[in-house]
Design a protein around this ligand. Structure first.
Ligand SMILES: *Cc1c(COP(=O)(O)O)cnc(C)c1O
Length: 254
């Protein structure tokens, strides 16, 4: 995987140091944005986890991010995630990394994903649960799961629709909680296209509180990307998923 040459030179080279500085600057800028948004919302930024989404960027960038203290890594394609996971396995940089999966998940990739993912943000169908659970049990792990919500009901972008209320979310949440090997941890969403994110995200708090009535351990709200992280913090997000604002524009999808 990541067959393209890394955009910067090998470890220790001047290019490598420049890229590491670029990533550190991007990271610092996003942490400043989070601190500002948290202050405005009267929230403690310590309650907000930044997941750095490294999809399409080379594994060398994961190593650089790990070297500057990033622990939470997000990937959106299982094949790419697996390639990076296996490339890093056993290296010092891999120690302590938390693997988040944020993309559309195919059923035939779910079992393998459960071998290494710590939190799968994008579960929106019941037929993913059996293979995820089997993979988790087979590797002696407990895999965290978020129910992905669609705030506008557009099926093209994934998520269970909450346009008509919380019923679909609650049904899938119950099914996750009933699956051996999986732990229901909360909800995730992607801001709807063309909508005002502040308004769109405003339903997340009430939906999360409704979920917590039945599943007190499911407190995660994953929302907010490079363009709308402030609005997500205002809406109570506990996890932000940020790529472009840290790593720069993505190489074209291969
Ligand atoms: C790519 C991706 C992100 C990060 O998006 P940026 O705009 O690059 O910050 C977040 N969430 C999901 C589901 C993604 O696929």
């Amino acid at each position: 995987m990541t067959p393209e040459p890394p955009p910067a030179g090998p470890a220790g080279s001047a290019d490598d140091a420049a890229r590491r500085r670029e990533l550190a600057d991007g990271l610092a800028g996003v942490h400043r944005r989070i601190a500002g948004a948290a202050a405005q919302a009267g929230r403690d930024p310590a309650g907000i986890t930044l997941v750095v989404v490294t999809k399409t960027h080379p594994c060398a960038d994961l190593r650089r991010l790990a070297a500057i203290g990033v622990r939470d890594i997000g990937e959106a394609r299982e094949q790419e995630a697996w390639a990076k996971y296996t490339e890093l396995a056993g290296t010092p940089q891999a120690a302590g990394l938390v693997w988040h999966f944020v993309g559309r998940l195919q059923r035939n990739k779910a079992r393998r994903l459960a071998r290494y993912a710590d939190l799968v943000h994008s579960v929106d169908r019941e037929d993913l649960l059996a293979p995820l659970g089997r993979g988790a049990v087979a590797s002696g792990r407990q895999v965290g799961v978020l129910v992905q919500l669609s705030l506008d009901g557009d099926p093209a972008r994934g998520g269970v629709s909450v346009v008509d209320g919380p019923d679909r979310m609650l049904r899938l949440a119950d099914a996750v909680a009933a699956t051996e090997g999986l732990s229901l941890r909360g909800v995730m969403t992607v801001g709807p296209l063309g909508a005002d994110p502040r308004q769109a995200f405003s339903v997340l708090g009430p939906l999360s509180r409704r979920l917590l009535r039945d599943h007190p351990g499911a407190a995660v709200i994953s929302a907010g990307m490079s363009g709308d992280l402030e609005q997500a913090v205002a809406a109570g997000a506990t996890h932000l998923r940020v790529g472009t604002a840290i790593l720069g524009a993505r190489p074209p999808l291969g």
